[in-house]
Design a protein around this ligand. Structure first.
Ligand code: SAH
Length: 261
């Protein structure tokens, strides 16, 4: 049945080669796998063929979740949660060294990434994250310092995740066919973090304020975040810089100072 809900960002993968390319990025055999937004099970079925130890999937659409439950009724190592990922405690179901897959619903994909970045316990019980985004968003996530896509999202992602690899996926690989190209990104959580940030929310705040105008020098905006005394503590900071001219580490340092009483 060719039905889909646009409001839930449903674009189902139909290209077998791409599905295999995604599931062969890491070793699945005997691993604990989590999948966000399994839909009709394109990636899910391929993962199962590779014999994971367990597979937990979170799907918001009740009719799709029901179909999946029916389909995998006999599989004792498959767990289906009919829930909204944004209200779901992923951390709680993360078994040791979990691998997280997701051809994410595009409208909430950055929120899902931030949800992973926000895990209470770090390093998390996750060893790999493989997510598919819209290409434009993907470029912002992987955008390195000095590149044209460097900005808020890459600063956030880079705080806790390594970007291992990425590749593009053509609209032809989906039904319904989206207008845009997609990008798969393979991340690995960083074990040792360079800075102690208590709440990713504060890093979001810092980057939002400083990037509120890309062409403006940061000298005025930074005063909205921390005191002059604290600003002086930041080694090598040129207040005449524009936000894209500042390294990620400095954003982390500013956030640390913001969190200090
Ligand atoms: N993985 C499938 C489907 C991708 S489309 C495939 O590649 O073919 C995105 C999926 O995420 C859809 O099944 C949609 O129903 C589901 N989804 C959308 N919003 C969600 C949310 N908030 N929580 C969990 N799943 C969601």
């Amino acid at each position: 049945m060719k039905y889909y809900k646009k409001s839930l960002g449903q674009n189902f993968l139909i290209d077998k080669n791409i599905i295999r390319k995604i599931t062969s990025i890491v070793k699945v055999r005997n691993q604990n796998i989590i999948e966000i937004g399994p839909g009709k099970g394109a990636i899910t079925c391929e993962i199962l063929k590779l014999k994971p130890k367990t597979l937990s999937v979170i799907e918001k659409d009740p009719s799709l979740a029901k179909e999946l439950k029916k389909k995998f009724l006999k599989k004792k190592n498959v767990f289906i949660y009919n829930q909204d990922i944004l209200n779901f405690n992923i951390e709680k179901i993360c078994k040791k060294n979990s691998i997280v897959f997701g051809n994410l619903p595009y409208n909430i994909s950055s929120q899902i990434l931030i949800k992973i970045l926000n895990f209470k316990n770090w390093p998390p019980n996750i060893k790999d994250v493989i997510f598919m985004f819209q290409k434009e968003l993907g470029e912002k996530i992987i955008g390195k310092f000095t590149s044209k896509h460097y900005g808020r999202l890459s600063i956030l992602a880079n705080f806790r995740l390594f970007i291992i690899n990425n590749f593009l996926v053509s609209p032809n690989c989906f039904f319904p066919k989206p207008k845009i190209t997609s990008m798969v990104i393979h991340f690995k959580p960083k074990k040792d973090l360079s800075h102690k940030i208590r709440k990713i929310y504060n890093l979001e705040k810092v980057t939002n304020i400083l990037f509120s105008n890309k062409r403006k020098m940061i000298n005025k905006n930074i005063k909205k975040i921390i005191s002059d005394d604290k600003i002086k503590k930041i080694f090598n900071l040129n207040l005449k810089s524009r936000p894209a001219e500042i390294k990620p580490e400095i954003y982390y340092k500013i956030t640390e100072l913001l969190e200090q009483k």
